[in-house]
Design a protein around this ligand. Structure first.
Ligand code: AHG
Ligand code: MN
Ligand code: MN
Length: 337
């Protein structure tokens, strides 16, 4: 349990660090505050999932044809509602919505500067089994001129242009982990007080680790290089075999690897497929956190954050985590055949 006497609250952290936030106008702080609030509301609902009739499918599928669960719908609504009300964002895109949503400023002048992209509930197949789920968010400055309605291009910026990104993990404890480009900081919710405390300052990936996280059920579809790397992970050597750990919730798998050292992989599943995870809602924010935590995030051949997105719901392969492990994987990909 967090020692509430010694740790700063998230509110205090934001206040103390405001000047180091990009552009430091106070708007980004308000945005993080809005995410904090939506996270608490969603957390409350996730925690009572086993108690109320909110488990199971909502009977509808999302734009990508996947079953949508009730808590996905709930989290989607709460994050959108909370972010819209603050008068800071000009638009929001969600994994659960086909198109982006334009948000007008209260004076109707379209002068709000930020866009947010969210995966409101990540790992939603874990809800029924009481395992960890999360929320992932990514924040950019708009590139279209102030005064005009937000445009698709505001949401299709490369990950390297993010001004902030992070996730909420609804796990054993609820945590908010984010970066504004000055390292990665983690905050743990004290549920009794409803306050996030600065429990994990300056989070960094160990240079190397002993955990690999991948859905090995897809093994036969992986490229030769990825298969060879997995065999390398399993080989009996000084520090190997590595341990395989896969929750099926990117946030939870990433979070564990960040703390313990490891590599997370969601490769292409066959030559014509582009991986499963969404570039804008999952890969980019996780890549920003990875680099800020001194790790590496790649498609196998290219830095994730350099990709110019062409579609809102684009999918990419991703490998991220401890730098030495990701570099080793890249070696295998480069030298396949
Ligand atoms: P979402 O619940 O937002 O659709 O994301 C699920 C993602 C990611 O969190 C996880 O790592 C991955 O899908 C798991 O996919 P597989 O079940 O194919 O391994
Ligand atoms: Mn997801
Ligand atoms: Mn999701």
């Amino acid at each position: 349990m967090t020692n509430t006497n010694q740790k700063r609250t998230l509110g205090e952290f934001i206040f103390d660090n405001q000047s180091s936030f990009p552009y430091s106008t106070g708007e980004l702080s308000k945005l993080i505050n809005a995410i904090r609030l939506a996270a608490k509301i969603t957390n409350h609902e996730v925690n009572k999932a086993g108690l109320v009739d909110i488990l199971g499918d909502a009977g509808i599928t999302n734009v990508q044809g996947e079953d949508q669960q009730k808590l996905d719908v709930y989290a989607n609504e709460k994050f959108i509602q909370t972010l819209k009300q603050r008068g800071i964002i000009c638009g929001i895109a969600s994994e659960e919505e086909e198109d982006f949503i334009a948000v007008n400023s209260s004076d109707g002048k379209n002068n709000n500067k930020y866009v947010v992209l969210i995966d409101p509930l990540d790992g939603s197949s874990n809800i029924d089994v009481n395992a960890s789920v999360g929320t992932i968010f990514s924040i950019y400055r708009r590139i279209s001129p102030l005064g005009n309605p937000v445009e698709l291009k505001d949401f299709l910026q490369p990950g390297k242009d993010q001004v902030a990104a992070g996730y909420v993990m609804y796990g054993t404890s609820t945590m908010l982990v984010f970066t504004t480009g000055n390292g990665v900081n983690g905050f743990t919710l004290n549920p009794a007080l409803g306050t996030f405390y600065h429990s994990h300052p300056n989070m960094q990936f160990p240079e190397t680790g002993r955990i690999y996280s991948v859905n090995e059920g897809n093994y036969v579809h992986f490229s030769k290089g990825v298969k060879a790397y997995i065999k390398y992970c399993q080989k009996e050597e000084e520090d190997r075999p590595y341990t395989s750990r896969y929750i099926g919730s990117m946030v939870a798998d990433f979070h564990r690897n960040l703390i313990k050292g490891g590599i997370y992989m969601y490769p292409r599943i066959g030559p014509k497929q582009n991986g499963k995870l969404r570039l804008t809602y999952e890969c980019n924010p996780i890549a920003f956190l990875t680099e800020q935590a001194k790790g590496k995030a790649t498609t196998g051949t290219k830095r994730i954050m350099d990709i110019e997105p062409t579609e809102l719901h684009q999918r990419e392969a991703i490998f991220c985590g401890s730098i030495k492990m990701v570099e080793k994987l890249e070696e295998f990909i480069l030298n396949e055949d």
